[in-house]
Design a protein. Structure first.
Length: 567
């Protein structure tokens, strides 16, 4: 039974496995290693995942969802047709599709996996990711922080010792990790990030620029027209990565909108996002006690690091050009596979030693009693962020009132002073003997391990009574609820894998049809009709030439509509 690593991304997802001591990416049904993290309901009621769903974002926006990773850990639901889905339920469709791809490639079942998550994912977001894996029929052996996975992949591939900074900007999240590699040890020194910042935000800037040029109110557009603006913005973002200016052509209703956006104007509008990238990066340097010139290499990970302004920002911050030889889209998945190899003690990694850090501060609620008239609660840190794990720390709390009989230990995760601004992990209720205030006290010990489990042990000193609770990365749902949802979701069939290439081509053709002028639509309609007839012909034994011919026709039409722009 294979043990795989999965990068469950905002924009794209990948799965990888260790073969002959080397991590290898597994292709999907289309022969590609990147599977768009999009889910849609097809015309037959089956679920489409990947490219076929992505193509339908414009033509069937009410039946398709994307970027739901950003909603992980929340109760927000996406409505697809007549049903609504939580983010972990949409994610499980992506995981099921990756599982099918891996089983088709490996010719064996896949159940045990390591899934990468943004380093700054909260406890709720991590539990939702585990729920998604379990709903997909997978056993999530471990979650690995995305920049840590990238460091594993990069560290194994580069024999040079030294200090490296991993700058990971994906479609929806941003992480920074600092790696120190020496004598076969890869030590994560610091990890910070922003789980609400990514390439989607840069695309959103261009959307608003298009709207301003065309005097459009995005909120007044229907879902189909919003999707058209979104696609135009994505194409512009790609073109502005290689050109100093790029045009856009957009049809909404009977109105045609045209214009040109320059890279300089785009970068000016993104100044706020660039400041948000600087802050966690500078915080990582402070936590690691390193200066910008301390590094041997700056490694860029995540597709959004292709933006010239991002590379320029990194170059200015560190006084050197970042390393661009690493594939930013695939590094995390390869590292997740390496982590899977470490977890199952694969012989190829017996000499690899990897240490990690606790990305968040962990603490308990305490009360500031310095002013009896205005006592306030605050979070008192027990384990500070970026402490090397495994780690164990102890602190002591005292009673505040005479004859106080309870002293609940409320555990929080986060960097804010106020409890309500952090993530509440759990509470251990304690009973203490009634005594004058300050005379009774409780010792609290936190132990945090590499799997992300936090053990909290409390002891009432006067009685010796102890209590212990483990808060680990386990499902946020009850077993009963998981079983109920698993059965309901398992009854929803994914589109047959052997037909997914046809479905992706047809979805692309329908998306092009929606974007075409009236005279071209009739031509495209005839092409679609011909392809459907040919591909459904029972006498057809080899569909590849038919697909190739149809794909080439679509390429010709799309290139005429969205030509590459040289600025």
């Amino acid at each position: 039974m294979a043990f795989c690593g999965i990068d469950l991304g905002t924009t794209n997802s990948l799965i990888a496995v260790i073969e002959e001591g080397t991590p290898k990416l597994i292709p999907n049904a289309l022969g590609q290693v990147l599977t768009p993290s999009c889910v849609g309901i097809g015309d037959t009621g089956s679920v489409l995942v990947g490219q076929a769903a992505k193509e339908r974002l414009i033509t069937h926006p009410r039946m398709t969802a994307a970027s739901f990773k950003r909603l992980m850990g929340s109760k927000e639901e996406s409505v697809l047709g007549k049903s609504s889905y939580r983010p972990e339920e949409l994610s499980q469709f992506v995981l099921r599709s990756l599982k099918e791809d891996a089983e088709a490639y490996l010719k064996e079942s896949v159940s045990d996996v390591v899934i990468s998550v943004p380093a700054y994912f909260s406890d709720h977001q991590r539990k939702a990711t585990i729920d998604a894996g379990r709903l997909a029929g997978l056993k999530v052996e471990r979650l690995v922080n995305e920049p840590t996975a990238a460091a594993l992949a990069y560290g194994l591939g580069d024999a040079t010792e030294g200090k490296y900074l991993i700058f990971d900007l994906g479609g929806g999240t941003f992480d920074v990790s600092i790696l120190d590699k020496y004598e076969g040890v890869m030590e994560i020194r610091a990890t910070t990030g922003d789980s609400g910042l990514g390439g989607d935000d840069f695309t959103g800037i261009i959307e608003r620029m298009i709207a301003a040029l065309g005097k459009l109110d995005l909120n007044q557009l229907d879902l189909i027209d919003q999707a058209r603006v979104r696609r135009a913005a994505e194409l512009l973002k790609i073109n502005l990565s290689s050109s100093h200016e790029a045009p856009f052509v957009l049809s909404i209703g009977k109105q045609k909108y045209e214009g040109t956006i320059t890279r300089q104007a785009f970068e000016t509008e993104c100044s706020g996002l660039l400041r948000r990238l600087r802050a966690p990066t500078e915080r990582a340097l402070v936590d690691a006690r390193l200066k910008p010139d301390s590094f041997d290499s700056i490694v860029l990970v995540g597709g959004s690091t292709r933006l010239p302004m991002v590379r320029s920002l990194v170059a200015r911050m560190f006084g050197r050009l970042p390393l661009v030889s690493v594939d930013p889209d695939t590094t995390v998945a390869l590292g997740a596979a390496v982590q899977a190899g470490l977890a199952k003690r694969d012989g190829a990694f017996k000499d690899v030693v990897m240490t990690d850090v606790c990305p968040f501060t962990l603490g308990v609620v305490a009360t500031d009693a310095s002013n009896p008239k205005q006592m306030t609660n605050y979070v008192r840190a027990v384990i500070e962020r970026n402490a090397v794990i495994p780690i164990s720390r102890k602190m002591r709390l005292h009673t505040l009132d005479d004859n106080q009989t309870t002293l609940p230990v409320r555990v929080f995760q986060g960097e804010n002073l106020r409890p309500e601004a952090n993530i509440h992990i759990g509470t251990i209720p304690l009973t203490v003997p009634p005594k004058p205030k300050g005379e009774e006290c409780v010792d609290i010990q936190f132990t945090y391990d590499i799997s992300g489990a936090l053990e909290v042990e409390v002891e009432v000193l006067s009685t010796g009574v102890k209590d212990r609770k483990i808060f680990r990365n386990v499902s946020g749902l009850s077993e009963e609820e998981l079983d109920k949802r698993f059965k309901a979701l398992a009854a929803i069939k994914l589109h047959p894998r052997e037909h997914i290439e046809n479905e992706a081509l047809l979805a692309r053709a329908e998306r092009l049809y929606a974007e075409q002028t009236p005279q071209n639509r009739e031509v495209l309609r005839q092409w679609i009709k011909q392809f459907e007839a040919e591909i459904s012909d029972q006498r057809l034994r080899e569909p590849t030439p038919v697909r190739k011919a149809f794909c080439e026709r679509l390429d010709t039409m799309e290139n005429s509509l969205f030509p590459d722009f040289e600025g």
